[in-house]
Design a binder for this molecule. Structure first.
Ligand code: F6P
Length: 343
């Protein structure tokens, strides 16, 4: 077969491990020919391809980012985009496409699948917000980076007896914040799933400090939302998939805490550091398993499906199930575990 591959959406540690695994099994086991499309759906629309083989993939396993490049291009936002995709795939003699991405990239894959394109999906995102898979690769790495940062902030916070607000990514899900907050011993974790009241947060911090000299780490997810009428939050630009650019809520939270408590409060926005660099061993293994399963799915003719992790096993699920609804933080984890350490 001649198999095309693309990586779309925000990059994520582990993408190269998937590419390497697909190429390895496709070439060595199935005798396939592989090509990569540059920059996600943009490369498909513009017919920009590069050959992929085992040699090209040497040394990429521990490398962050994606050797294929990525973009947030949505073919359905371009005039005649989906027809162009189908035409390019035909011109390039592509028998099957492996699309590696989050809900946006896989949403496009699902629509193209319904139009007859032979496509298999691989779920990726540091946000861990994709349904139908217990975890996405990239999440473990992002959590580790955020926890390491929290540990470092702890020692400087203790020395100065300050409140440190750490803003982490995750879009409209608080997975990174919850996991990194639990791992880092946060005094407060603010996530999009649970609207926060800045008065209550400040009061808990005030009482905590009254008990002695306590540095406090407040982890804020970039998508955290204040209770209606309690704070003014500005909205950012939107991308081709209608997603707002998030970031900056940490400053508002810090300002709110400092004004209410009088405690010196500093902000660290981790931003893209969470997506950069080498994937953890966990993510390399998961990404490799997904890659092998994706090329197997291609050869089993399981088009319109995505590979996923369920109960420790790699399974295939319809793309429609994966992109329907985003997976948000389990209230049991937030209230039952994380919240026990607040204040
Ligand atoms: O979806 C991954 C993610 O890193 C989100 O956590 C974040 O909101 C967004 O991408 C940032 O996107 P960009 O790299 O386009 O700024």
């Amino acid at each position: 077969m001649r198999v095309g591959m693309l990586t779309g959406g925000g990059d994520c540690p582990g993408l190269n491990a998937v590419i390497r695994a697909v190429v390895r099994k496709a070439e060595r086991h199935y005798g396939d020919e592989l090509v990569g499309f540059r920059d996600g759906w943009r490369g498909v629309l513009e017919g920009e391809v590069e050959p992929l083989d085992v040699e090209r993939c040497r040394g990429i396993l521990p490398r962050g980012g994606t050797i294929l490049g990525t973009s947030r291009t949505n073919p359905y936002k371009v005039d005649g985009g989906s027809d162009r995709v189908v035409a390019v795939l035909r011109e390039q003699r592509i028998d099957a496409l492996v699309a590696i991405g989050g809900d946006d990239t896989l949403g496009v894959a699902e629509r193209l699948g319904a139009e007859g394109v032979s496509v298999v999906g691989v779920p990726k995102t540091i946000d861990n917000d994709l349904s139908a898979t217990e975890v996405t690769f990239g999440f473990n790495t992002a959590v580790q980076i955020a926890s390491d940062a929290i540990d470092r902030l702890h020692t400087t916070a203790e020395s100065h007896d300050r409140v440190m607000v750490v803003e982490v990514m995750g879009r409209h899900a608080g997975w990174i914040a919850t996991y990194a907050g639990i791992a880092g011993g946060a005094a407060e974790i603010l996530i999009p799933e649970e609207e926060f009241d800045i008065d209550e947060v400040s009061e808990r911090l005030r009482r905590r400090h009254q008990r002695g000299r306590f540095a406090s780490l407040v982890v804020v997810a970039e998508g955290a939302k204040p209770k209606e009428g309690t704070m003014v939050v500005q909205s950012g630009d939107v991308d081709q998939f209608g997603h707002e650019r998030l970031g900056g809520i940490g400053y508002l939270v810090a300002d709110g805490i400092e004004k209410r408590t009088g405690f010196e409060t500093r902000v660290t926005i981790l931003g893209h550091v969470q997506r950069g660099g080498t994937p953890t061993a966990f993510d390399r293994v998961l990404a490799t398993r997904f890659g092998i399963a994706a090329i197997d799915a291609v050869h089993a003719g399981a088009f319109g499906h995505m590979v996923a992790l369920q109960a420790g096993e790699i399974v295939r699920v319809p793309l429609a199930e994966a992109v329907g609804e985003s997976k948000t933080v389990d209230p049991g984890l937030y209230h039952g575990v994380a919240e026990q350490f607040f204040g």
